[in-house]
Ligand binder design. Structure first.
Ligand code: NAD
Length: 428
């Protein structure tokens, strides 16, 4: 594997390793190493002070052999063509491993959305659609929320698209507000999905969830519901979470000797996943360094912030007690850290399996939009549990049969399905 933290090089390196193991045809490899289509565009926005500021937007469609491209839109200052390429590629594998009939795509804007007023954010969000609406659609490419975007922004995007094409089109985007074409359970989906896979991993490793402890990185959408689910679904204890301090522009970890109360922390967290730490201290919370979550003496680590957080260096801080790393985030582990996990026999639930809950309920949302009939929350979450449990079992079975690392097994399952679809469509 290459020595890199460039997300796209990481994604290509992971793919290359498994392509080699599968002895994949070099021409097929070339097709899958790169996205099918890439769009980069300007979005000029008239700011509140009257000046025009130019933002750069992206949409990348990696592969649509199995169905329309699917993937989130990230608003983050370090968004680049390469991060979007990597994320779009991982979406192809994610949809395949979850066995939903969709391909991979991703989009974004290089911006710190917390610096925008509500009006500026709405203009930028609608501007993104204005530039790309001809190249997305319910049967073409269906975006969703990701880091820095939320359901309100998806609602604006759906509205803008509907206006531009002249008809109400809820299926163009998922993660919309409930009552405006959104699905119940979408907010919880990714975090709870992470927990369903942790539950299955614990069954496999014969660990008692009620005695298990976890440390979580991040406290945004994924991390919040992973932390809640670890306690409420599994009966375990989350000893700490971490997040980005927007004032100090640095991360911090917040822990509690009796375990954190996710509901309380959510009540003092802003829409960008930053906890107001001063409000937590009177409740007995302890504030530590940003990377303290990584060295906690726990059974499970749940990185749920951004990519490349566990590196060749930082992996050395991980306690010997850790048995499971459940990747809530996309690409949180670099290839160098992966080598250490494999050597130390740490059970990895790879990102595109572990966090497939979000895209799975996004798919359910599209199905409900098509039917114009909406399910109850329990029905959504039960269907999600079934899908996640089956996906986990398929990857574990591949890992045991081929005697390979869980990440490689997940790639083998996914690449196999995508290549099969390409063959059936006559592309190969
Ligand atoms: P979010 O914006 O809601 O939350 C991100 C969190 O990470 C925030 O709490 C932020 O404070 C924290 N953070 C950022 N930098 C940090 C650092 N250096 N140390 C500690 N915390 C830090 O984003 P999200 O939607 O929860 O997504 C998190 C990850 O999960 C991303 O990799 C995303 O691509 C992936 N993901 C999200 C979904 C989804 O449905 N939202 C689905 C699949 C995968």
């Amino acid at each position: 594997m290459s020595n890199t933290t460039n997300a796209f090089e990481m994604a290509q390196s992971q793919f290359d390793d498994v392509a080699e193991m599968l002895n994949l045809d070099p021409q097929v490899r070339e097709m899958l190493r790169w996205p099918t289509r890439e769009f980069k565009f300007q979005i000029p926005v008239k700011m509140d002070d009257g000046n025009i500021r130019v933002f750069f937007g992206y949409r990348i469609q990696h592969n649509d052999a199995r169905g329309p491209s699917k993937g989130g839109i990230r608003f983050h200052p370090s968004e680049t063509m390469d991060t979007v390429r990597a994320l779009s590629m991982w979406m192809t594998w994610k949809c395949a491993v979850a066995d939903i009939p969709l391909g991979g795509g991703k989009g974004g804007v290089a911006v710190d959305s917390s610096t925008l007023s509500l009006a500026e954010k709405e203009k930028l969000t609608r501007g993104w659609i204005g530039q790309i609406y001809r190249n997305i659609g319910p049967r073409l490419d269906v975006p969703a929320p990701d880091v820095g975007t939320n359901s309100q922004m998806m609602g604006w995007m759906m509205d803008e698209y509907s206006k531009l094409v002249g008809q109400y089109t809820p299926g163009v985007i998922t993660g919309k507000p409930v009552g405006s074409g959104g699905s119940l359970g979408r907010t919880e989906a990714t975090g709870y999905g992470v927990i369903y896979t942790v539950r299955e991993a614990m069954k496999h490793l014969k660990l008692d969830p009620a005695k298990a402890t976890a440390a979580v990185q991040g406290f945004g959408n994924v991390a919040q519901y992973a932390a809640k689910g670890f306690k409420e679904i599994l009966g375990g204890k989350v000893v700490c979470v971490s997040c980005w301090d927007r004032e100090e522009r640095a991360p911090f970890t917040i822990s509690h000797p009796d375990g954190v109360d996710a509901d309380f922390l959510m009540s003092i967290t802003d829409q960008y996943g930053s906890i107001e730490k001063k409000k937590a201290v009177p409740e007995g919370y302890i504030i530590e360094d940003g990377d303290a979550w990584l060295s906690k003496d726990v059974d499970v680590l749940i990185p749920s912030a951004l990519e490349a957080q566990i590196t060749g260096d930082s992996v050395k801080k991980i306690s010997d007690r850790v048995k499971i790393v459940a990747e809530g985030a996309n690409g949180p582990t670099t290839p160098e850290a992966d080598v250490v996990f494999e050597k130390n026999n740490i059970f990895i639930i790879p990102d595109f399996l572990c966090n497939a809950g979000g895209v799975t309920v996004s798919y359910f949302e599209g199905v409900q939009n098509d039917m114009n009939f909406y399910w109850q929350k329990d029905e959504v979450l039960n269907r999600l549990d079934t899908k996640m449990t089956r996906a986990f079992a398929n990857v574990l079975e591949m890992s045991e049969r081929e005697k390979v690392f869980m990440r490689d097994a997940a790639y083998m399952v996914s690449i196999g399905k995508v290549v099969e679809a390409m063959e059936m469509r006559g592309w190969l």
